[in-house]
Structures are given as structure tokens and as C-alpha cells.
Design a protein around this ligand. Structure first.
Ligand SMILES: NC(=O)c1ccc[n+]([C@@H]2O[C@H](COP(=O)([O-])OP(=O)(O)OC[C@H]3O[C@@H](n4cnc5c(N)ncnc54)[C@H](O)[C@@H]3O)[C@@H](O)[C@H]2O)c1
Length: 315
């Protein structure tokens, strides 16, 4: 029988791509999202979509009978989290608790939590292994709260839980509508529109960027390989690039001659992220899309799918 998988945050960047991966693999997908950040146009029509808040007990009946839950819904914009910390904790910590409770009541066979490399904000060991976290900042602390409840549900209720700790994910459907969009989308979009990209700080912060399809290949591994049960995995590439280097790589493709504008640094961001992906590799997974190919695909998507929408919405 077709396995039924719940994806929270299904209208968002990673969740919408994950749903397509699962559907293409033959799973049926029940999606939950309150559309606070995601959009319906991201959602594959094959998804059984439910506009619900993860904090709402109405999610319980949906989770009944599900084989697995991927919990991705979150307040994921750092600036929103800083502006509204109580809401960030409400969604990312208490909302996660409610999804865990739904999974416990439904006796779900597998639960995957989308954690973040922001958990390593105060750790300065590179490449960073999974075993030590020191979250700094509201977003990191609120995701850490969710992760802590995951751990207690694993320990106390025997929930079969796996944590995927993503580094900087990029690719199609990345949210360009934010006031401060993620760096890839922001640069590509501005440069395609003939505008100079904006770099906050010196541009020397380094990030481990991972293409979204690689993340979702790994999600399938987590679902199908029982060796992942009860464990935490970094999901990155083990290679990092500075923001200035990303600008250069995009400029090499687009040839705009637009120089970046440097603005004051944003608070609460780590100088360096770099994943130790030994554990993920041991499951037989490895990232396949390198930065050149990933940027090429991202540029193509923004050119074909986003530019017109931006013109229409007059962003
Ligand atoms: N994108 C990255 O680089 C990255 C890195 C590390 C971790 N993560 C984690 O991965 C997950 C997905 O991130 P993303 O980049 O796709 O973010 P996103 O903002 O694109 O997607 C999050 C989705 O959750 C939904 N949502 C927010 N609050 C909700 C609520 N109360 N009830 C129901 N739905 C709600 C939003 O509408 C949105 O569609 C998040 O948990 C995030 O913390 C992302």
C-alpha cells in the first residue's frame, strides 16, 4: 500500500521541493502549512494540502494513520524572529511540540525534524561535527527548543526520531519575497533586474551552501534507511564559500558589471559555517550538485519563474 507522509511547511522552500521528491518516489503526501511565508503556487497539485497552523490541535486527525512526518514548518526568517521573539518561540518550539504530540498520539513510525546549522552559532570548530551545539540568537534558540522537545519525545515516548541539521540550503522556490531574501536569491534577482547586489558586512562570512535536491535526496535516505533512526545528521557539503565569492560566481555567469553595495553587518550571524558530513556519507549519501550547477539552475528558475512575478508585485 502507498505510504502516507506528512510534510509540515509544505508551501515553503524546502518543504515544497520535498513533497515533489516524495510524490515522485511513490509516497502520498499530506501537506500542512498556514501560508504565513509559503505560497500555494509552490505546492504540487498532487499534495493533499491543508491550510492549518502547526500550533492547532486540528492537525491531530490528519496525522492519524500516517507512516512518517517531516516537520519543516517554522518561522525561518531571522529578521522576523528578532522582531517577534515570542512568536518565534511559539511557532518553532511550541509548534514543534504540538506536531510531536500529534505524531505520538498517532503512533507514527518515523519523525524527521528540520534543524539548522544556526545551532552551531557559538561553536568555532570547523568542519563542525554534530555532537556540540551552542545556539546564539532568537531563531537558533527557538529551533533548539524544538530540537530539545524532539529529544524528549524520543527518550520518553520512544518516538522514532531523526534530526536533519541543514546548512544554507539554496535552489528553486527559495523565498525571494522576504525583506532580506537569502543571499543567492537576493543577488540573482537584483542582478537580473540591473540592480547592484547588497552585501551586509565585508562579504567575508563563509557559508556551507547545499542545493535543495541534495537535501531532499537525503530526506529519502532518512525515511528509507533504518540506520538513521534516533540520530542527528549535518546536511551540508563540507565546502564553504564567502558571500563575496558567491557574488563573483553569479557575476561570471550573468556578466552584469554591477558592483555590490556594502552595508552595515547584520547582528547575530556566525562568521563561518562548515559541515562535517561524515555521518551522512556513512549512509551512502553525498551531495551531487556543485555550486556552479546549483547556481546555474537557480538563475534559470529565477529568470523563468520569478522575474515576471516580481515585476507584477512591484517589489
Ligand atoms: N533554507 C535553509 O537554508 C534552512 C537551513 C537550516 C534549516 N532550515 C529549516 O528548514 C525548514 C524549512 O525552511 P525553508 O527555508 O523551507 O523555510 P520557508 O520559510 O520557505 O518555509 C517554512 C514554511 O512554514 C510555514 N509556516 C510557518 N509558520 C507556520 C505555522 N505556524 N503553521 C504552519 N505552517 C507554518 C510557512 O508558511 C512556510 O511555508 C525550517 O524548519 C527551517 O528552520 C532551513
Amino acid at each position: 500500500m502507498q505510504k502516507r507522509v506528512i510534510v509540515t511547511g509544505v508551501a515553503g522552500f524546502v518543504g515544497s521541493n520535498l513533497a515533489k521528491h516524495l510524490l515522485d518516489r511513490g509516497y502520498s503526501v499530506v501537506g500542512i502549512d498556514n501560508l504565513s511565508a509559503g505560497t500555494l503556487e509552490n505546492v504540487d497539485p498532487r499534495v493533499d494540502f491543508n491550510k492549518l497552523d502547526i500550533r492547532d490541535p486540528d492537525i491531530y486527525p490528519l496525522v492519524q494513520g500516517a507512516d512518517a512526518v517531516f516537520h519543516l514548518a517554522a518561522m525561518s526568517c531571522l529578521t522576523d524572529c528578532i522582531a517577534r521573539p515570542l512568536e518565534a518561540a511559539g511557532v518553532n518550539t511550541v509548534g514543534t511540540l504540538n506536531v510531536l504530540e500529534a505524531a505520538r498520539r498517532a503512533n507514527v513510525g518515523k519523525f524527521v525534524y528540520a534543524d539548522t546549522s544556526a545551532e552551531y552559532g557559538g561553536v568555532d570548530k570547523y568542519p563542525t561535527p554534530e555532537d556540540e551545539v551552542l545556539p546564539v540568537g532568537v531563531y537558533a534558540a527557538s529551533k533548539h527548543g524544538g530540537a530539545a522537545f524532539c529529544e524528549s519525545y524520543r527518550e520518553l515516548y520512544g518516538l522514532n526520531l531523526t534530526t536533519a541539521r541543514y546548512f544554507n540550503v539554496y535552489g528553486p522556490a527559495q523565498d525571494w519575497r522576504r525583506v532580506l531574501p537569502p543571499v543567492m536569491s537576493a543577488f540573482i534577482l537584483r542582478m537580473l533586474r540591473g540592480e547592484r547586489p547588497i552585501i551586509y558586512g565585508t562579504g567575508e562570512k563563509r557559508r556551507d551552501f547545499i542545493y535543495v535536491d541534495d537535501v531532499n535526496d537525503f530526506h529519502l535516505t532518512l525515511l528509507e534507511d533504518p540506520r538513521s533512526n534516533g540520530r542527528v545528521f549535518n546536511v551540508g557539503t563540507g565546502v564553504n564559500f564567502s558571500v563575496n565569492e558567491i557574488y563573483q560566481l553569479i557575476e561570471e555567469v550573468l556578466q552584469t558589471a554591477l558592483e555590490p553595495i556594502y552595508k552595515p553587518d547584520l547582528p547575530g550571524e556566525a562568521q563561518v559555517t562548515l559541515a562535517d558530513i561524515t555521518a551522512a556519507r556513512e549512509l551512502g549519501w553525498q551531495p551531487k550538485v556543485d555550486i556552479h550547477e546549483g547556481l546555474r539552475r537557480s538563475i534559470q528558475y529565477i529568470r523563468e519563474r520569478v522575474l515576471q512575478a516580481v515585476e507584477n508585485s512591484d517589489v
